[in-house]
Ligand binder design. Structure first.
Ligand code: IPD
Ligand code: CA
Ligand code: CA
Ligand code: CA
Length: 273
């Protein structure tokens, strides 16, 4: 079995375990603030995935949101970047709309991405250079869109903050409409699927975007930070993912006019995980 096939198989197994244990009472803790939750299921799923990878590939490196590989600073060899449950708030409040996300890099180059929408049993996956799939179905390349006919995904919290309102309100005002799904991995998957045209967010960690980056680029999406710069899978960053012409329009007409402001936001602790 290839590493890619193996990654898909452990995402499916981990998802099955989550579905089986969904009726059990969750232990919910808070992390950085009262709305930043983590559950025993997030932690157990990360341990499950890490144990499976280590059993099969003892020399691979693994970074997980819930604690694994926090000291990893090099992308040498195979590097797995895992979010055991992306969309923990949805998981806790809705028991749906969350995903398992895995991005795999080899010597810093993209190798494969897997996003498993657990409750809908939808596996988005891609091996770099070989196209992206939803379950067994190959996804078509994205069609270009203009902002006026586009649906944008953005967390409305960004519109409540002084430092971002000025940049983002004109985007939402011009777009056909906006959505917010509460799982960055699913946002990337939905761009790849073509059911939203762009996902814009000011800060994601490597585990939020590693899988999505690889899948979205396989259907021709442009993935960068909001200054148009390439993402580094080892560092947190802002995100702009969209089909090619929409990415260009958003960058040139809406984001780069705020370049100095954005550079200020990106400096300092922002880019560290
Ligand atoms: C979060 C989700 C959410 C995004 C946050 C992430 P988590 O991940 O992806 O959609 O807006 O920035 O932290 O904590 O649920 O894995
Ligand atoms: Ca989290
Ligand atoms: Ca996440
Ligand atoms: Ca998570």
């Amino acid at each position: 079995m290839s590493i890619y096939e193996f990654a898909k198989s452990i995402a499916l197994l981990a998802g099955e375990r989550i579905r089986e244990e969904l009726s059990q009472e969750l232990i919910i803790e808070t992390k950085s603030n009262p709305n930043d939750l983590v559950t025993n299921m997030d932690k157990a799923t990360e341990v499950f995935l890490v144990d499976r990878i280590k059993e099969t590939y003892p020399d691979h490196h693994i970074i997980g949101e819930e604690g694994h590989g926090k000291d990893i600073t090099s992308a040498d060899g195979y590097l797995w970047i895992i979010d055991p449950i992306d969309g923990t708030l949805n998981f806790v409040h809705q028991q749906q709309n969350f995903a398992i996300s895995i991005g795999i890099f080899h010597n810093g180059e993209k190798y494969a991405g897997v996003i498993y929408d657990v409750m809908n049993d939808k596996l988005y996956h891609a091996e770099a250079g070989k196209g992206a799939y939803l379950n067994e179905e190959k996804l078509p390349m994205l069609k270009n869109t203009a902002l006026v006919t586009s649906i944008i995904s953005m967390n409305p919290n960004w519109l409540t903050k002084d430092r971002t309102r000025e940049m983002y309100v004109p985007i939402i005002r011009t777009a056909r409409s906006a959505r917010s799904y509460g799982s960055a991995a699913l946002d990337f998957a939905y761009v790849a699927l073509g059911i939203i045209d762009s996902y814009i967010t000011l800060r994601l960690h490597p585990w939020d975007f590693a899988g999505g980056l690889i899948i979205a680029e396989e259907v021709g999406a442009v993935v960068s930070n909001q200054l148009g710069e390439k993402l580094d899978p080892l560092h947190s960053n802002s995100i702009l993912v969209a089909n090619q012409t929409l990415h260009q329009e958003l960058l040139a007409d809406y984001l780069l006019p705020f370049e100095s402001h954005l550079r200020l936001i990106h400096s300092g602790p922002f880019s560290h995980r």
